[in-house]
Every structure is written in C-alpha cells, then in structure tokens.
Design a protein around this ligand. Structure first.
Ligand code: 5RP
Length: 140
C-alpha cells in the first residue's frame, strides 16, 4: 500500500503518525515540501486521484483546511476524523480515501488510533455503493 502524506507543521502528533505508517511497512509519498496547507491538501488529493497513492493522510492545525483543499480534487473523499469510530465510519460508509486530522487537537496516541481505524476498515459497505456514486456525480 502507498499513502500520500502531507502536513503543514511538525510535532509529536505528526511524528507519531509518520512512525505508525512506517511501522506498518507502508510506502509513504510525502508531498509536504515547502508548501502551505491548501497546496499540501491538494497535492495529497492529486496523488490519490491519479493513483500515485492508494490513500492519503493530511494534517494541519485544525485538519479542516487540508481536508477542504483535498476535497477540491475530483475523485477525492477527504474526511476529518477525531476518533477511531469516525475514521472507520468514513471508510465504511463514505469510502473516504483521504484522512484529515488536527495536529493540534489530537494527542499522538489518539491520532495513531484514528489512523489505524482508517487503514484497517475495509471500504466501502456495498449498501453504500449508490451513495458513493452520488458523491462522484457531484465532482465538477
Ligand atoms: O489549520 C490550518 C488550516 O486549516 C493551518 O494549519 C493553520 O491555519 C496555520 O496555518 P498558517 O501557518 O498558514 O497560518
């Protein structure tokens, strides 16, 4: 599995997320570079939409800005999650392909649990296929 990663700051939470990805043997495509959060979110979104990555993970102070930016890219379903149930539900019911988290409000261990739920929940529930298609129809 390949995951596109981007964060507009670095702290214990982002380092824990990166370590968790590495511990899983996941190939990480770090798009961060010298970019601001809108471009980081969009770059992760593009990596997922083009198939360069299977899934994406974005972090910013709130998680919202990078999520919004990622969702500007057609084919991206970025979900802001703050606990494992939300992250798993976003995969199961929304077929989310980008996980967004707040690097300020999630403790490192919580962020790792949220990431684990996102990565370990198979997506999507077949009953949601029609709704996922409806989301796709909303892309410009
Ligand atoms: O949470 C964010 C966007 O939603 C950003 O991380 C936060 O606004 C800080 O950005 P900047 O360093 O550009 O002021």
């Amino acid at each position: 599995m390949r995951v596109a990663y981007g964060a507009d700051d670095a702290n214990e939470t982002t380092r824990a997320v990166q370590q968790a990805l590495a511990d899983r043997g996941i190939e990480v495509v770090d798009v961060t570079g010298d970019q601001q959060w809108p471009d980081i979110g969009a770059a992760v979104g593009r990596a997922v939409a083009t198939g360069t990555a299977d899934l994406g993970v974005v972090l910013c102070w709130t998680g919202t800005g990078t999520a919004i930016a990622a969702n500007k890219i057609a084919g991206v379903r970025a979900a802001l999650a703050w606990d494992p149930w939300i992250a798993g539900g976003a995969r199961k019911w929304n077929d989310a392909n980008v996980l967004a988290m707040s690097l300020k409000r999630l403790a490192p261990d919580v962020a790792v649990e949220v990431l684990a739920a996102f990565l370990d929940t198979p997506a999507p529930d077949p009953d949601e296929a029609a709704n996922i298609a409806r989301l796709g129809a909303l892309d410009d």
